[in-house]
Ligand binder design. Structure first.
Ligand code: NAD
Length: 496
Protein backbone atom coordinates (compact mmCIF):
# COMPACT_ATOMS: atom_id res chain seq x y z
CA UNK A 1 0.00 0.00 0.00
CA UNK A 2 3.00 2.32 0.03
CA UNK A 3 2.22 5.45 -1.94
CA UNK A 4 -1.41 4.35 -2.25
CA UNK A 5 -3.88 7.20 -1.78
CA UNK A 6 -5.49 5.28 1.06
CA UNK A 7 -2.38 4.23 2.91
CA UNK A 8 -3.02 4.51 6.64
CA UNK A 9 -0.57 7.40 6.91
CA UNK A 10 -2.63 9.41 4.43
CA UNK A 11 -5.81 9.16 6.48
CA UNK A 12 -6.88 12.29 8.32
CA UNK A 13 -6.59 11.84 12.07
CA UNK A 14 -10.12 11.60 13.48
CA UNK A 15 -11.71 9.69 16.32
CA UNK A 16 -13.43 7.22 13.95
CA UNK A 17 -11.85 3.78 13.81
CA UNK A 18 -10.80 3.06 10.21
CA UNK A 19 -13.08 0.59 8.44
CA UNK A 20 -11.28 -2.64 7.49
CA UNK A 21 -11.87 -3.20 3.76
CA UNK A 22 -10.48 -5.46 1.07
CA UNK A 23 -9.70 -3.67 -2.16
CA UNK A 24 -9.28 -5.50 -5.49
CA UNK A 25 -8.34 -3.18 -8.36
CA UNK A 26 -9.35 -5.81 -10.94
CA UNK A 27 -8.45 -6.08 -14.63
CA UNK A 28 -8.52 -3.85 -17.71
CA UNK A 29 -9.62 -0.35 -16.68
CA UNK A 30 -9.97 -1.59 -13.06
CA UNK A 31 -6.64 -0.25 -11.72
CA UNK A 32 -7.20 3.21 -13.33
CA UNK A 33 -10.73 3.71 -12.02
CA UNK A 34 -9.73 2.30 -8.61
CA UNK A 35 -6.83 4.75 -8.37
CA UNK A 36 -9.18 7.64 -9.22
CA UNK A 37 -11.84 6.44 -6.76
CA UNK A 38 -9.41 5.92 -3.90
CA UNK A 39 -7.88 9.35 -4.45
CA UNK A 40 -11.35 10.92 -4.05
CA UNK A 41 -12.14 8.81 -0.96
CA UNK A 42 -8.87 9.79 0.68
CA UNK A 43 -9.33 13.50 -0.10
CA UNK A 44 -12.87 13.39 1.30
CA UNK A 45 -11.62 11.94 4.59
CA UNK A 46 -12.93 8.38 4.30
CA UNK A 47 -11.75 6.36 7.30
CA UNK A 48 -10.52 3.10 5.81
CA UNK A 49 -8.02 0.41 6.72
CA UNK A 50 -7.52 -1.13 3.28
CA UNK A 51 -6.03 -4.51 2.38
CA UNK A 52 -5.22 -4.65 -1.34
CA UNK A 53 -5.50 -8.05 -3.05
CA UNK A 54 -5.10 -9.29 -6.60
CA UNK A 55 -7.98 -11.27 -8.05
CA UNK A 56 -9.25 -12.05 -11.54
CA UNK A 57 -7.27 -12.39 -14.74
CA UNK A 58 -4.08 -10.97 -13.24
CA UNK A 59 -4.22 -13.56 -10.40
CA UNK A 60 -4.97 -16.31 -12.93
CA UNK A 61 -2.03 -15.32 -15.13
CA UNK A 62 0.30 -15.40 -12.13
CA UNK A 63 -0.67 -19.02 -11.43
CA UNK A 64 -3.90 -18.91 -9.40
CA UNK A 65 -6.18 -21.33 -11.31
CA UNK A 66 -9.46 -20.02 -9.83
CA UNK A 67 -8.55 -16.35 -10.22
CA UNK A 68 -8.84 -15.82 -6.47
CA UNK A 69 -6.21 -17.09 -4.06
CA UNK A 70 -5.91 -17.94 -0.37
CA UNK A 71 -4.57 -14.50 0.54
CA UNK A 72 -7.64 -12.78 -0.97
CA UNK A 73 -10.02 -15.19 0.80
CA UNK A 74 -8.18 -14.61 4.10
CA UNK A 75 -8.52 -10.84 3.70
CA UNK A 76 -12.25 -11.19 2.93
CA UNK A 77 -12.71 -13.40 5.99
CA UNK A 78 -11.22 -10.57 8.08
CA UNK A 79 -12.94 -7.58 6.52
CA UNK A 80 -16.19 -9.03 5.08
CA UNK A 81 -16.21 -5.99 2.83
CA UNK A 82 -14.90 -5.71 -0.73
CA UNK A 83 -14.54 -2.75 -3.08
CA UNK A 84 -13.78 -4.36 -6.40
CA UNK A 85 -12.75 -3.19 -9.85
CA UNK A 86 -14.16 -5.09 -12.85
CA UNK A 87 -12.71 -8.46 -13.68
CA UNK A 88 -12.12 -10.03 -17.08
CA UNK A 89 -13.92 -13.36 -17.44
CA UNK A 90 -12.95 -15.62 -20.35
CA UNK A 91 -15.84 -16.26 -22.76
CA UNK A 92 -16.89 -19.77 -23.74
CA UNK A 93 -14.20 -21.54 -21.64
CA UNK A 94 -11.38 -20.97 -19.13
CA UNK A 95 -11.78 -20.29 -15.41
CA UNK A 96 -15.23 -19.66 -13.93
CA UNK A 97 -16.38 -16.11 -13.25
CA UNK A 98 -14.67 -14.79 -10.11
CA UNK A 99 -17.56 -12.34 -9.74
CA UNK A 100 -20.13 -15.12 -9.57
CA UNK A 101 -17.91 -17.16 -7.22
CA UNK A 102 -17.51 -14.19 -4.87
CA UNK A 103 -21.21 -13.33 -4.82
CA UNK A 104 -22.26 -16.91 -4.17
CA UNK A 105 -19.51 -17.93 -1.75
CA UNK A 106 -20.09 -14.84 0.37
CA UNK A 107 -23.89 -15.26 0.24
CA UNK A 108 -24.44 -11.85 -1.39
CA UNK A 109 -28.03 -12.54 -2.39
CA UNK A 110 -29.06 -9.02 -3.42
CA UNK A 111 -27.58 -6.86 -6.14
CA UNK A 112 -28.85 -3.29 -5.98
CA UNK A 113 -28.25 -1.20 -9.09
CA UNK A 114 -29.62 2.36 -9.05
CA UNK A 115 -29.72 4.03 -12.50
CA UNK A 116 -30.85 7.58 -13.13
CA UNK A 117 -30.61 9.98 -16.03
CA UNK A 118 -28.69 13.15 -15.20
CA UNK A 119 -30.51 15.22 -17.80
CA UNK A 120 -29.60 17.69 -19.24
CA UNK A 121 -26.06 17.34 -17.94
CA UNK A 122 -25.44 13.89 -19.43
CA UNK A 123 -26.93 13.27 -22.90
CA UNK A 124 -29.77 10.75 -22.83
CA UNK A 125 -32.90 10.07 -24.88
CA UNK A 126 -34.70 9.29 -21.60
CA UNK A 127 -34.57 12.31 -19.24
CA UNK A 128 -37.14 10.72 -16.91
CA UNK A 129 -35.21 7.49 -16.32
CA UNK A 130 -34.89 6.92 -12.57
CA UNK A 131 -35.03 3.28 -11.60
CA UNK A 132 -33.48 0.86 -9.11
CA UNK A 133 -32.82 -2.62 -10.46
CA UNK A 134 -32.90 -5.31 -7.76
CA UNK A 135 -31.22 -8.40 -9.16
CA UNK A 136 -31.28 -11.81 -7.48
CA UNK A 137 -27.61 -12.68 -7.22
CA UNK A 138 -27.08 -16.35 -6.41
CA UNK A 139 -29.44 -18.55 -8.42
CA UNK A 140 -30.97 -18.98 -11.88
CA UNK A 141 -28.71 -19.99 -14.77
CA UNK A 142 -25.74 -18.57 -12.84
CA UNK A 143 -25.57 -21.80 -10.82
CA UNK A 144 -23.06 -22.60 -13.57
CA UNK A 145 -24.15 -26.27 -13.71
CA UNK A 146 -23.66 -27.24 -17.34
CA UNK A 147 -23.23 -30.58 -19.08
CA UNK A 148 -22.71 -31.94 -22.54
CA UNK A 149 -25.22 -34.79 -22.93
CA UNK A 150 -24.81 -35.91 -26.51
CA UNK A 151 -22.77 -35.06 -29.59
CA UNK A 152 -25.30 -32.37 -30.41
CA UNK A 153 -26.78 -31.11 -27.13
CA UNK A 154 -25.51 -29.27 -24.05
CA UNK A 155 -27.58 -28.10 -21.09
CA UNK A 156 -27.47 -25.44 -18.36
CA UNK A 157 -29.56 -25.92 -15.22
CA UNK A 158 -31.79 -23.05 -14.13
CA UNK A 159 -32.30 -23.25 -10.36
CA UNK A 160 -34.76 -20.99 -8.54
CA UNK A 161 -35.44 -21.62 -4.84
CA UNK A 162 -38.35 -20.42 -2.74
CA UNK A 163 -36.14 -19.15 0.14
CA UNK A 164 -33.81 -17.40 -2.32
CA UNK A 165 -36.73 -15.76 -4.08
CA UNK A 166 -38.52 -14.79 -0.86
CA UNK A 167 -35.38 -13.11 0.39
CA UNK A 168 -34.66 -11.02 -2.71
CA UNK A 169 -38.28 -10.01 -3.21
CA UNK A 170 -38.63 -9.00 0.43
CA UNK A 171 -35.40 -6.99 0.27
CA UNK A 172 -36.56 -5.32 -2.94
CA UNK A 173 -39.75 -4.17 -1.23
CA UNK A 174 -37.74 -3.00 1.80
CA UNK A 175 -35.49 -0.92 -0.48
CA UNK A 176 -38.60 0.55 -2.13
CA UNK A 177 -40.22 1.38 1.22
CA UNK A 178 -37.01 2.97 2.56
CA UNK A 179 -36.64 5.10 -0.59
CA UNK A 180 -40.31 6.17 -0.58
CA UNK A 181 -40.94 4.36 -3.88
CA UNK A 182 -44.64 3.64 -4.42
CA UNK A 183 -44.47 1.21 -7.36
CA UNK A 184 -42.54 -2.03 -7.72
CA UNK A 185 -42.38 -4.11 -10.92
CA UNK A 186 -41.32 -7.69 -11.52
CA UNK A 187 -40.36 -9.27 -14.86
CA UNK A 188 -40.27 -13.01 -15.51
CA UNK A 189 -40.89 -15.42 -18.36
CA UNK A 190 -43.40 -17.57 -16.52
CA UNK A 191 -45.53 -18.11 -19.61
CA UNK A 192 -42.71 -20.40 -20.81
CA UNK A 193 -40.80 -21.39 -17.63
CA UNK A 194 -43.88 -22.16 -15.60
CA UNK A 195 -42.13 -23.80 -12.65
CA UNK A 196 -38.94 -21.72 -12.24
CA UNK A 197 -40.05 -18.23 -13.28
CA UNK A 198 -43.54 -19.21 -12.14
CA UNK A 199 -42.22 -19.61 -8.59
CA UNK A 200 -40.49 -16.22 -8.74
CA UNK A 201 -43.72 -14.54 -9.91
CA UNK A 202 -45.84 -16.34 -7.30
CA UNK A 203 -43.51 -15.33 -4.46
CA UNK A 204 -43.52 -11.73 -5.76
CA UNK A 205 -47.33 -11.73 -5.55
CA UNK A 206 -47.30 -13.27 -2.06
CA UNK A 207 -44.79 -10.80 -0.64
CA UNK A 208 -46.35 -7.77 -2.32
CA UNK A 209 -49.43 -8.41 -0.15
CA UNK A 210 -47.28 -7.52 2.89
CA UNK A 211 -46.66 -4.02 1.45
CA UNK A 212 -50.19 -2.74 0.72
CA UNK A 213 -49.04 0.88 0.26
CA UNK A 214 -46.89 -0.09 -2.73
CA UNK A 215 -48.48 -0.64 -6.16
CA UNK A 216 -47.17 -3.69 -8.00
CA UNK A 217 -47.13 -5.05 -11.53
CA UNK A 218 -45.74 -8.11 -13.28
CA UNK A 219 -44.67 -8.07 -16.93
CA UNK A 220 -43.40 -10.85 -19.14
CA UNK A 221 -39.70 -10.04 -19.43
CA UNK A 222 -39.71 -9.47 -23.19
CA UNK A 223 -42.31 -6.70 -23.14
CA UNK A 224 -40.90 -5.49 -19.81
CA UNK A 225 -37.44 -5.11 -21.38
CA UNK A 226 -38.90 -3.39 -24.44
CA UNK A 227 -40.80 -0.90 -22.26
CA UNK A 228 -37.77 -0.30 -20.04
CA UNK A 229 -35.74 0.55 -23.15
CA UNK A 230 -38.49 2.70 -24.67
CA UNK A 231 -40.33 4.29 -21.72
CA UNK A 232 -38.06 3.83 -18.68
CA UNK A 233 -39.87 6.58 -16.79
CA UNK A 234 -42.78 4.23 -16.12
CA UNK A 235 -40.59 2.08 -13.82
CA UNK A 236 -39.34 2.97 -10.35
CA UNK A 237 -37.96 -0.28 -8.95
CA UNK A 238 -37.79 -3.64 -10.72
CA UNK A 239 -37.15 -6.98 -9.02
CA UNK A 240 -35.66 -9.59 -11.37
CA UNK A 241 -34.18 -13.08 -11.40
CA UNK A 242 -30.41 -13.13 -11.90
CA UNK A 243 -30.00 -13.27 -15.70
CA UNK A 244 -32.72 -10.76 -16.58
CA UNK A 245 -31.40 -8.43 -13.85
CA UNK A 246 -27.86 -8.64 -15.19
CA UNK A 247 -28.94 -7.76 -18.71
CA UNK A 248 -31.53 -5.12 -17.89
CA UNK A 249 -29.36 -3.22 -15.41
CA UNK A 250 -26.83 -2.70 -18.22
CA UNK A 251 -29.65 -1.54 -20.49
CA UNK A 252 -30.90 0.90 -17.84
CA UNK A 253 -27.40 2.28 -17.13
CA UNK A 254 -26.54 2.63 -20.81
CA UNK A 255 -29.74 4.47 -21.78
CA UNK A 256 -29.35 6.69 -18.71
CA UNK A 257 -26.21 8.04 -20.38
CA UNK A 258 -23.36 5.54 -20.02
CA UNK A 259 -22.75 2.10 -18.62
CA UNK A 260 -19.80 3.83 -16.95
CA UNK A 261 -22.08 5.81 -14.61
CA UNK A 262 -23.73 3.12 -12.49
CA UNK A 263 -22.49 1.47 -9.32
CA UNK A 264 -23.88 -1.53 -7.52
CA UNK A 265 -24.08 -3.00 -4.04
CA UNK A 266 -24.00 -6.75 -3.50
CA UNK A 267 -25.49 -7.34 -0.07
CA UNK A 268 -25.63 -10.41 2.17
CA UNK A 269 -26.00 -11.34 5.83
CA UNK A 270 -22.28 -11.77 6.37
CA UNK A 271 -20.64 -9.27 4.06
CA UNK A 272 -20.95 -6.91 1.13
CA UNK A 273 -19.24 -6.25 -2.19
CA UNK A 274 -19.39 -2.92 -4.02
CA UNK A 275 -18.50 -2.54 -7.69
CA UNK A 276 -19.31 -0.73 -10.92
CA UNK A 277 -21.86 -2.52 -13.06
CA UNK A 278 -19.68 -2.39 -16.17
CA UNK A 279 -16.88 -4.75 -17.11
CA UNK A 280 -13.13 -4.37 -17.54
CA UNK A 281 -13.46 -2.52 -20.89
CA UNK A 282 -10.29 -3.94 -22.45
CA UNK A 283 -10.86 -1.71 -25.52
CA UNK A 284 -9.96 1.42 -23.51
CA UNK A 285 -7.74 -0.07 -20.77
CA UNK A 286 -4.56 1.83 -19.95
CA UNK A 287 -5.63 4.92 -21.91
CA UNK A 288 -6.92 7.14 -19.07
CA UNK A 289 -10.29 7.32 -20.88
CA UNK A 290 -12.53 5.32 -18.54
CA UNK A 291 -15.25 7.00 -16.52
CA UNK A 292 -14.59 6.20 -12.84
CA UNK A 293 -18.14 7.21 -11.84
CA UNK A 294 -19.55 3.65 -11.63
CA UNK A 295 -16.91 2.55 -9.13
CA UNK A 296 -17.12 5.88 -7.31
CA UNK A 297 -20.90 5.50 -6.93
CA UNK A 298 -20.32 1.98 -5.57
CA UNK A 299 -17.80 3.41 -3.09
CA UNK A 300 -20.33 6.08 -2.02
CA UNK A 301 -22.88 3.32 -1.33
CA UNK A 302 -20.18 1.37 0.55
CA UNK A 303 -19.36 4.33 2.83
CA UNK A 304 -23.06 5.03 3.49
CA UNK A 305 -23.64 1.39 4.34
CA UNK A 306 -20.75 1.38 6.80
CA UNK A 307 -21.39 4.35 9.05
CA UNK A 308 -19.68 7.07 7.00
CA UNK A 309 -22.78 8.67 5.48
CA UNK A 310 -21.43 12.21 5.89
CA UNK A 311 -18.32 11.39 3.85
CA UNK A 312 -20.49 9.54 1.32
CA UNK A 313 -22.73 12.60 0.95
CA UNK A 314 -19.71 14.90 0.59
CA UNK A 315 -18.39 12.78 -2.26
CA UNK A 316 -21.77 12.34 -3.95
CA UNK A 317 -22.36 16.10 -3.86
CA UNK A 318 -18.93 16.86 -5.35
CA UNK A 319 -19.39 14.15 -8.02
CA UNK A 320 -22.77 15.54 -9.12
CA UNK A 321 -21.37 19.09 -9.09
CA UNK A 322 -18.46 18.00 -11.30
CA UNK A 323 -20.88 16.54 -13.84
CA UNK A 324 -23.10 19.63 -13.64
CA UNK A 325 -20.05 21.82 -14.31
CA UNK A 326 -19.56 19.95 -17.58
CA UNK A 327 -16.37 18.14 -16.61
CA UNK A 328 -16.90 14.92 -18.55
CA UNK A 329 -15.00 11.80 -19.56
CA UNK A 330 -15.15 10.81 -23.27
CA UNK A 331 -18.08 8.37 -22.83
CA UNK A 332 -20.45 11.21 -21.84
CA UNK A 333 -18.74 14.16 -23.51
CA UNK A 334 -20.98 16.16 -25.87
CA UNK A 335 -19.59 19.31 -27.47
CA UNK A 336 -22.89 21.20 -27.07
CA UNK A 337 -23.24 20.70 -23.33
CA UNK A 338 -19.88 19.63 -21.87
CA UNK A 339 -17.27 22.19 -20.83
CA UNK A 340 -14.16 20.08 -20.83
CA UNK A 341 -13.20 16.51 -21.76
CA UNK A 342 -11.02 14.96 -19.08
CA UNK A 343 -9.36 11.60 -18.53
CA UNK A 344 -9.96 9.24 -15.63
CA UNK A 345 -7.49 10.91 -13.26
CA UNK A 346 -8.46 14.41 -14.42
CA UNK A 347 -12.06 13.63 -13.52
CA UNK A 348 -10.93 12.52 -10.03
CA UNK A 349 -9.01 15.79 -9.59
CA UNK A 350 -12.12 17.76 -10.62
CA UNK A 351 -14.25 15.91 -8.04
CA UNK A 352 -11.61 16.50 -5.35
CA UNK A 353 -11.54 20.21 -6.22
CA UNK A 354 -15.33 20.35 -5.63
CA UNK A 355 -15.42 18.56 -2.26
CA UNK A 356 -17.52 20.78 0.01
CA UNK A 357 -19.66 22.10 -2.89
CA UNK A 358 -23.30 21.16 -3.45
CA UNK A 359 -25.00 20.18 -6.71
CA UNK A 360 -27.41 22.75 -8.17
CA UNK A 361 -29.75 20.44 -10.13
CA UNK A 362 -29.70 16.97 -8.64
CA UNK A 363 -30.51 15.60 -5.20
CA UNK A 364 -28.30 13.08 -3.41
CA UNK A 365 -29.47 9.48 -3.66
CA UNK A 366 -26.63 7.08 -2.99
CA UNK A 367 -25.38 8.28 0.37
CA UNK A 368 -28.22 6.72 2.39
CA UNK A 369 -27.67 3.33 4.03
CA UNK A 370 -29.63 0.46 2.50
CA UNK A 371 -32.20 -1.31 4.70
CA UNK A 372 -31.09 -4.12 7.01
CA UNK A 373 -30.88 -7.56 5.46
CA UNK A 374 -33.97 -9.64 6.23
CA UNK A 375 -33.31 -12.89 8.11
CA UNK A 376 -33.29 -16.06 6.04
CA UNK A 377 -36.90 -17.16 5.39
CA UNK A 378 -38.40 -19.98 7.47
CA UNK A 379 -37.96 -23.42 5.91
CA UNK A 380 -41.05 -25.00 4.40
CA UNK A 381 -42.58 -28.08 6.01
CA UNK A 382 -41.90 -31.24 4.00
CA UNK A 383 -44.62 -31.85 1.39
CA UNK A 384 -46.38 -35.15 0.88
CA UNK A 385 -44.32 -36.37 -2.08
CA UNK A 386 -45.41 -39.18 -4.42
CA UNK A 387 -43.93 -40.47 -7.67
CA UNK A 388 -45.82 -40.39 -10.97
CA UNK A 389 -43.07 -41.63 -13.23
CA UNK A 390 -39.64 -40.86 -14.60
CA UNK A 391 -38.07 -39.01 -17.53
CA UNK A 392 -35.08 -40.87 -18.97
CA UNK A 393 -32.97 -39.01 -21.52
CA UNK A 394 -31.10 -41.07 -24.10
CA UNK A 395 -28.42 -40.35 -26.69
CA UNK A 396 -29.62 -41.95 -29.92
CA UNK A 397 -29.46 -41.23 -33.64
CA UNK A 398 -30.42 -44.47 -35.38
CA UNK A 399 -33.80 -43.66 -36.92
CA UNK A 400 -37.21 -42.09 -36.50
CA UNK A 401 -39.07 -41.38 -33.25
CA UNK A 402 -41.26 -44.44 -33.99
CA UNK A 403 -38.10 -46.59 -34.26
CA UNK A 404 -36.91 -45.26 -30.90
CA UNK A 405 -40.29 -45.92 -29.29
CA UNK A 406 -40.23 -49.54 -30.52
CA UNK A 407 -36.68 -50.05 -29.20
CA UNK A 408 -37.51 -48.48 -25.83
CA UNK A 409 -40.77 -50.39 -25.41
CA UNK A 410 -39.12 -53.67 -26.27
CA UNK A 411 -36.28 -53.03 -23.77
CA UNK A 412 -38.64 -51.84 -21.03
CA UNK A 413 -41.41 -54.42 -21.38
CA UNK A 414 -40.05 -56.43 -18.46
CA UNK A 415 -40.15 -53.45 -16.05
CA UNK A 416 -43.47 -53.76 -14.21
CA UNK A 417 -45.63 -50.75 -13.51
CA UNK A 418 -44.02 -48.33 -15.96
CA UNK A 419 -45.05 -47.65 -19.52
CA UNK A 420 -43.66 -45.31 -22.15
CA UNK A 421 -46.08 -42.36 -22.36
CA UNK A 422 -44.37 -39.85 -24.61
CA UNK A 423 -41.06 -39.10 -26.31
CA UNK A 424 -39.90 -35.51 -26.82
CA UNK A 425 -36.98 -33.98 -28.64
CA UNK A 426 -35.83 -30.56 -27.33
CA UNK A 427 -39.10 -30.52 -25.35
CA UNK A 428 -41.47 -31.12 -28.29
CA UNK A 429 -43.57 -34.27 -28.47
CA UNK A 430 -42.39 -36.50 -31.34
CA UNK A 431 -44.07 -39.76 -30.26
CA UNK A 432 -46.87 -40.82 -30.33
CA UNK A 433 -48.28 -38.98 -33.35
CA UNK A 434 -45.29 -36.73 -33.97
CA UNK A 435 -45.04 -34.57 -37.07
CA UNK A 436 -42.59 -35.24 -39.88
CA UNK A 437 -41.61 -31.53 -39.99
CA UNK A 438 -40.14 -31.56 -36.44
CA UNK A 439 -36.34 -31.46 -36.52
CA UNK A 440 -34.84 -33.98 -34.13
CA UNK A 441 -31.38 -33.93 -32.53
CA UNK A 442 -29.66 -36.93 -30.92
CA UNK A 443 -31.10 -36.04 -27.46
CA UNK A 444 -34.41 -37.72 -26.55
CA UNK A 445 -36.57 -37.63 -23.45
CA UNK A 446 -38.56 -40.81 -22.85
CA UNK A 447 -41.30 -40.21 -20.28
CA UNK A 448 -42.45 -43.31 -18.39
CA UNK A 449 -45.61 -43.08 -16.31
CA UNK A 450 -46.93 -45.39 -13.68
CA UNK A 451 -49.49 -47.83 -15.06
CA UNK A 452 -52.88 -47.94 -13.27
CA UNK A 453 -52.83 -49.74 -9.93
CA UNK A 454 -49.03 -50.05 -9.94
CA UNK A 455 -46.92 -48.50 -7.24
CA UNK A 456 -43.62 -46.96 -8.15
CA UNK A 457 -40.58 -46.51 -5.98
CA UNK A 458 -37.30 -44.86 -6.98
CA UNK A 459 -35.67 -48.30 -6.65
CA UNK A 460 -37.46 -49.47 -9.82
CA UNK A 461 -35.74 -46.91 -12.00
CA UNK A 462 -32.23 -48.45 -12.01
CA UNK A 463 -33.75 -51.67 -13.40
CA UNK A 464 -35.35 -49.73 -16.23
CA UNK A 465 -32.10 -47.90 -16.94
CA UNK A 466 -30.19 -51.18 -16.99
CA UNK A 467 -32.69 -52.68 -19.44
CA UNK A 468 -32.33 -49.67 -21.74
CA UNK A 469 -28.53 -49.75 -21.52
CA UNK A 470 -28.50 -53.45 -22.45
CA UNK A 471 -30.56 -52.56 -25.53
CA UNK A 472 -27.94 -49.98 -26.57
CA UNK A 473 -29.83 -47.01 -25.13
CA UNK A 474 -27.76 -45.82 -22.15
CA UNK A 475 -29.53 -43.06 -20.20
CA UNK A 476 -27.62 -39.79 -20.01
CA UNK A 477 -29.91 -38.17 -17.48
CA UNK A 478 -32.84 -39.05 -15.30
CA UNK A 479 -35.50 -36.84 -13.72
CA UNK A 480 -38.04 -38.31 -11.29
CA UNK A 481 -41.60 -37.04 -11.76
CA UNK A 482 -42.99 -36.18 -8.35
CA UNK A 483 -46.22 -34.72 -7.05
CA UNK A 484 -45.99 -32.34 -4.09
CA UNK A 485 -49.15 -32.40 -1.96
CA UNK A 486 -50.95 -33.73 -5.01
CA UNK A 487 -49.69 -31.10 -7.49
CA UNK A 488 -47.42 -32.29 -10.32
CA UNK A 489 -43.87 -30.95 -9.91
CA UNK A 490 -43.11 -31.26 -13.62
CA UNK A 491 -44.41 -29.76 -16.83
CA UNK A 492 -46.23 -31.54 -19.64
CA UNK A 493 -44.36 -32.09 -22.90
CA UNK A 494 -44.91 -29.34 -25.49
CA UNK A 495 -47.64 -30.53 -27.85
CA UNK A 496 -48.87 -33.13 -25.34
P1 NAD B 1 -17.69 -3.74 -20.63
O1 NAD B 1 -18.68 -3.19 -19.68
O2 NAD B 1 -16.32 -3.96 -20.11
O3 NAD B 1 -17.57 -2.76 -21.89
C1 NAD B 1 -18.67 -2.49 -22.75
C2 NAD B 1 -18.45 -1.13 -23.44
O4 NAD B 1 -18.62 -0.09 -22.48
C3 NAD B 1 -17.04 -0.98 -24.00
O5 NAD B 1 -17.11 -0.25 -25.21
C4 NAD B 1 -16.32 -0.17 -22.94
O6 NAD B 1 -15.27 0.63 -23.45
C5 NAD B 1 -17.44 0.69 -22.39
N1 NAD B 1 -17.21 0.98 -20.97
C6 NAD B 1 -17.32 0.12 -19.94
N2 NAD B 1 -17.01 0.73 -18.80
C7 NAD B 1 -16.71 2.00 -19.10
C8 NAD B 1 -16.29 3.12 -18.34
N3 NAD B 1 -16.13 3.04 -17.01
N4 NAD B 1 -16.05 4.27 -18.98
C9 NAD B 1 -16.21 4.36 -20.30
N5 NAD B 1 -16.60 3.35 -21.10
C10 NAD B 1 -16.84 2.17 -20.50
O7 NAD B 1 -18.31 -5.08 -21.22
P2 NAD B 1 -17.63 -6.23 -22.10
O8 NAD B 1 -16.71 -5.62 -23.12
O9 NAD B 1 -18.75 -7.05 -22.53
O10 NAD B 1 -16.80 -7.08 -21.06
C11 NAD B 1 -15.38 -6.98 -20.89
C12 NAD B 1 -14.96 -7.92 -19.78
O11 NAD B 1 -15.52 -7.49 -18.54
C13 NAD B 1 -15.43 -9.38 -19.99
O12 NAD B 1 -14.36 -10.23 -19.64
C14 NAD B 1 -16.57 -9.54 -19.01
O13 NAD B 1 -16.72 -10.86 -18.55
C15 NAD B 1 -16.12 -8.62 -17.89
N6 NAD B 1 -17.20 -8.12 -17.03
C16 NAD B 1 -16.92 -8.00 -15.70
C17 NAD B 1 -17.86 -7.49 -14.84
C18 NAD B 1 -17.51 -7.37 -13.39
O14 NAD B 1 -16.36 -7.51 -13.03
N7 NAD B 1 -18.47 -7.12 -12.50
C19 NAD B 1 -19.11 -7.07 -15.33
C20 NAD B 1 -19.37 -7.17 -16.71
C21 NAD B 1 -18.40 -7.69 -17.56
Amino acid sequence: MDGHPLSTAALPPTGTLPLPITIAPGDGIGPEIMQATLAILAAAGAQLAPEVVTIGESAYLSGEPTGIGAEAWASLARTKLLLKGPITTPQGGGYKSVNVTLRKTLGLFANIRPCRALHPVVPTRHPDLDVIIIRENEEDLYAGIEHQHTDEVVQCLKLISRPGTERIVRYGFDVAAAAGIDKVSCFTKDNIMKLTDGLFHRVFDEISALYPAIKTEHLIVDIGAARLADQPGRFKLIILPNLYGDILSDVAAEIAGSVGLAGSANIGSHGALFEAIHGSAPDIAGQDKANPSGLLCAAIMMLAQNGQTHIAARIEAAWLRTLEDGVHTPDIFAADRSEVCVGTQGFAEAVIARLGQQPQQFDLRLSQPLPAVPPPPARLPKADKSMDGVDLFVHWSDGTPDDLAKAVQSAAHATPGLSLAVITNRGVKVWPNGRAETFCTDHWRCRFMLTPNASLSPALVPGLMQALAQAGLPAIKMEMLYRFNGTPGYTAAQGQ
